[in-house]
Every structure is written in structure tokens, then in C-alpha cells.
Design a protein around this ligand. Sequence first.
Ligand code: AMP
Ligand code: ZN
Length: 468
Amino acid sequence: MLSLYNTATHKKEEFKPNEAGKVSMYTCGPTVYHFAHIGNLRTYIMEDVLEKYLRYIDFDVKRIMNITDVGHLSSDADTGEDKMLKGAKREHKTVMEIAKFYTDAFFEDMKKLNIKRPDVVEPATSCIDEFIKMIEVLLEKGYAYEAGGNIYFDTSKLDEYYVFNKHDAEDLQVGVRDDVFEDTNKKNKTDFVLWFTKSKFDDQELKWDSPFGVGYPGWHIECSAISIKHSGEYLDIHCGGIDNAFPHHTNEIAQSEAYLGHKWCNYWFHVLHLNTNSGKMSKSKGEFLTVSLLEQKGYDPLVYRFFCLLSHYRKSLVFSYEGMDNAKVAFNKLIKKIGTLKAEGELNEQEAKPFVEKFKEALDNDLNTSLAITALYDVLKAKISDATKLYLISDFDKVLSLDLIKKANEKDEGANADLTAKVEALIAERGEAKRAKDFAKADEIRATLLEMGIEIKDTREGVVWNKI
Ligand code: AMP
Ligand code: ZN
């Protein structure tokens, strides 16, 4: 039985979806005003493992992700400039050009890290009608009000607003606040914007007509509306990085449950941050680590995935090149070891079973990926046939997605290509020596080849060689 830590209840709980065998899963997507940094991608890697493990244990999963291309302001608390506009100004492009470029770049990075594309990917700008409909209902029900031209959610109408930190204030990590300013339109400090018409920024590029005036949606409403559009009134798992818990997810719960009139999502899965020695990684800080930068420095993106899998998602992780180097060495050793396995011997499913159990036990326990990797090492050490080992490795890789067998074969092919080139060069050299009647040298080369495990025969068609 899979158990997951639920931020909403502050404990590990047995996972039971609303509908037997089916899971609806929502992921907060990227704000596409810049490249994703490897911190963002840590969150998406761990969410990918969760999705793939749910599929591995036979759930039919529908995963939905938004693309934030409007409404996310520099501070998560509804102040500052729209991040998209900031990106567009930085690069002298339009907001839509920026959105397209960085959405494509995001999916390129996802592909390099073997992160599956969610079943539904929906940009916020294509759901304006849904946001408007939801805001209209919230106004009708008395959960929203107009002030100074904007529409706000009235948090005083809720019995409980701080859903995540009620038991443990330390769990709460407030989103980035570059630019805190008091919005005097708000009735309560915690109220948040559903629809902006009075922006501090007259040059807000994308605006839509609405019953509340020409303007644009707030950030939080997009995730509620997109989730409800694709998964209906009940959601099983909502995911995101821990900074999203407050205020973003707190506000999503407030408006979704006010709109629906009942509990909305049962499990909240939050990934702790990737930090550097100097603190949290942030796109707004200018310099940050990307997948391309890792590649330029000679790291295979899957080494970064491996690095992430070695730690538990609920612990913050410190990135260092030393840590990456260690992961690289361990990953290459692992691939090399897998490369020595021969597809020989009988596959013995009975013998495979306890290893599968151990792998599942690790992941069932709140997605303990580092123990799942230990289960993989146990397979390599075990006294079972190579065929059974290869079966288990490819089975585990359905979840780990490290391309273990493919990489081992590539290494094998690479090594073979190297050997062929060396052997052929030596054979050519021997031919030269023979033509020059330097038979001693020719014999020496034959001996060298033998030491390399290569036997040669002179035939009428030329020299043929084979491995002994
Ligand atoms: P954003 O593109 O800023 O909307 O963030 C995309 C995702 O990355 C969200 O789920 C964030 O919570 C998550 N995130 C942001 N910073 C980090 C970090 N340093 N480590 C892990 N996840 C992060
Ligand atoms: Zn969201």
C-alpha cells in the first residue's frame, strides 16, 4: 500500500483515490518568463517519479499541468510587476513570444531529464472564460468583492484559511516577496486578487474584456479553474514545490472549495527546495543553474536526475558540483556494471519477486527513492541469472527513468567501436610490415592482438579477426 506525506494533514497517509483504480493529479506548471532552473526541475523530477510509480502499481493516472503565462506577479502576494511582462521587457519581445520560447525550452529540459509530458498541458491564457465563470460564481456566493477596480477573494468568509500551517507553523514557507507593498483595497490582509483591472502597470500587455472590466486574472485562480476543467470537482493529488504551499495553494483551496461548496483535493504533495550554498535558487535573482549549463560542464542531464533520486523529496537538497561529481561517478559505475550483464540464462520470475517487493516497499514508504536505488544495487549483487537481473533493471527503470539498459548498451557499442578501430589499425600496420618484409614486427603485432583477446587469420579475402 502506498503511503504519502500529506501537507494538509501533516502526516503520512495511506493513499486512496476518490475512484478505485483512477488517479487525478494536478501539477503547478512553470511561469514561462525564463528558463527553468534545476531547482524547479527537482520538483518536476520527483512529481514524475510519483506519477510513474502510481502507474507502476496499476493506477490509471490523468495528470494535468498549467503553463503560467499571465498573472504571476513578482511577489506571490499579488504585488510587483507581472513576471511575463518583466521577461518580455528584458528581452525586447512580446509576452506571447516569451511564453512560446520558454514553454518550448521547458519541455526540452523535461525531455532531457526523462520527465513524462503530463496528459493535459494548458496555458492560462487559453482558459480566460473559465476564470471569469469561476469569479462570477464566487461573487454571486458572496466570497468575492470589488474594490478599487479589482476583484478580491474575501478570506474572512472562510471557517479556516491557513490549511497547511494550522498544526505546525514551521511547515509554512512564504513565497518570494521581492516587492512587498500594502494593497489598501483589501478588506483583510490575506485577501487576494482574482481579477486585476487596476494594475500599477498600465503597459500590462495581455488584457481581456470581462464583466468586471478589461483586465487579467490573478495567478491563483488559474490552477483552480484548470484543474476543475480537466479533472472535475474532486482532485486526488495536487503537487508543487514547497514555496507554493503558501499563499498559492492555500488560496487555490480557498477559492476552489468556496466555488464547489465541498472539499476539493485530498492529498497535497510538496517537494522541498534545491538550494545552493548561498541559499534558495531563484529565477528572479538573475544567475541560476540550468540543464544546459550542466551539459556545458559535461554532465549528462540524467546524472542530475540520479542526483535527485538519491535524496528524499521531503528534505531540502543542497546542490554542489562535488555532489554532482560523486553522482556522476556512481552513475557511470552503475551503467558499466549493467553493461557486463549478458542476456543469458533463464528469466526466473520467482527469483525476481523479492527484489520487486523491496523496490515497492521503498517507494510505498512515501516515495523513498534512495532506498529504491539501493534495491537496484541489490539486484546487481544478487546470485540470480543475468536475464533476471536485466528484467528487474528494466522493470525498475519504468519508474526511475534513468535509461539504464540503453546507456549500458551505448557504452557497450562505444567500447566495441573503439576496439574495432584499434584492431583495424593494428592489422593495417601488420600488412605494411609484411610488405616491407619486416616479419618480426608483423609477429609482434599478432602477439599484441592476442594479448587484446583478438585472433587473426590470413585468408585469400584478406585478414579476418575475431574475439577469443
Ligand atoms: P515557477 O516556474 O516559479 O512557477 O516554479 C515552478 C515550480 O518549481 C513550482 O512547483 C515551484 O514551487 C518549484 N520551485 C521553485 N523554486 C524551487 C527550488 N529552489 N527547488 C525546488 N522547487 C522549486
Ligand atoms: Zn498552481
